[in-house]
Structures are given as structure tokens and as C-alpha cells.
Design a protein around this ligand. Structure first.
Ligand code: PNS
Length: 163
């Protein structure tokens, strides 16, 4: 059984995240999408909201489970008997941070591999921060986030009125 963990903040999840989840689910037997539960990152969306968004957009993927974790990622990966951490790579600018994280995780747990999946070109500019900025400024989220969660994101950012 090949098991992958796709960790992240998902604040909120974007079409780029969904694309990585779908492509990972096509390659692995089981995929845990693991949301970091860490308030020090000051997420805009609550953990429950982020779980709900991801659950709704992955409904048609039976081998994907939405979960959360706190503490060390590698402990979570071991607890799930996963062999692989998946991270999406957009541009060169992602690389330094991702490389540092992958090497740290490798030092901590040499039995776990980090695999990078190249983003689809059409999503290479997309990030959760961009989505929050566009939504907060009243812009259109079409093609940036899955249709099922677009209104929920707009509602929340309308209420907040700030980034
Ligand atoms: O979507 P993000 O915010 O880029 O995801 C970052 C995440 C959650 C993968 C990373 O912050 C993480 O793994 N945090 C858990 C703490 C940990 O294990 N740190 C050691 C590896 S650097």
C-alpha cells in the first residue's frame, strides 16, 4: 500500500492545491491531506472551515482523506505509515524553502521521501495569499478556487474586510 501525505496550511485551498491532490490520488493508494493546526501562522480560515472546504472539493476521490496535524510533520507521516511527503512546486522562488524543509525532514526521518510535483502551468501564479488578497479587495475568484467553496471564501473575506 503506497501512502502519501500532502501537508500544508490550505488557508484556503486553491485550484492549484486541488490539482496536486487529484494527481497524487491517481498515483498513490491512499492520500492524507494534512492541514497544519498551528494558530501562530494566524490563519484567516478556522481549522474547521479548512477541513470543510477540502472535504467538499475532494468528495469524488475515495482514496483521499482530509486530516489535520500539529507538531512535527514527520511524526504524523510515521503515524499514518506513509512513505512519501508530497509538495507542489510552482516557481524557482518556492525552491529554497521547499529544499530546506525536505532536507530537514530527511535528516529527521531518512525513511520518508519528499516528492515534488510540478504545478500545472495554468496555476503557477496561484497561492492562498493571492486568493485572500483578491477576495478581500472584492475581486473575482473564478478559476482561482473550486466553485463549491468560492462563495464561502467571499463571505468570510467580506465580513473581515481586511487581510
Ligand atoms: O502550506 P505551507 O504553509 O507552505 O505548509 C508548510 C508545512 C505545514 C508543510 C510546514 O510548515 C510543516 O511541515 N510544519 C510542521 C512542523 C515541522 O514538521 N517542521 C519541520 C520541517 S521544516
Amino acid at each position: 500500500m503506497k501512502i502519501a501525505v500532502y501537508p500544508g496550511s490550505f488557508d484556503p485551498c486553491t485550484n492549484g492545491h486541488l490539482s496536486i491532490i487529484r494527481r497524487t490520488a491517481a498515483v498513490f493508494d491512499r492520500v492524507y491531506v494534512a492541514i497544519l493546526n498551528n494558530n501562530s501562522k494566524n490563519p484567516l480560515f478556522t481549522l474547521d472551515e479548512r477541513i470543510d472546504f477540502l472535504t467538499r472539493i475532494t468528495r469524488d476521490l475515495p482514496n483521499v482523506e482530509i486530516d489535520c496535524f500539529s507538531g512535527m510533520l514527520i511524526d504524523y507521516v510515521h503515524a499514518k505509515n506513509a512513505q512519501v511527503i508530497i509538495r507542489g512546486l510552482r516557481a524557482v522562488s518556492d525552491f529554497e524553502y521547499e529544499f530546506q524543509m525536505a532536507l530537514t525532514n530527511r535528516k529527521l526521518a531518512p525513511d520518508v521521501e519528499t516528492l515534488f510535483m510540478a504545478t500545472e502551468a495554468r496555476y503557477s501564479y496561484l497561492s492562498s495569499s493571492i486568493v485572500k488578497e483578491v477576495a478581500t479587495l472584492g475581486g473575482c475568484l473564478d478559476d482561482l478556487v473550486p466553485d463549491e467553496i468560492r462563495e464561502d471564501i467571499l463571505q468570510k473575506t467580506n465580513k473581515m474586510g481586511v487581510l
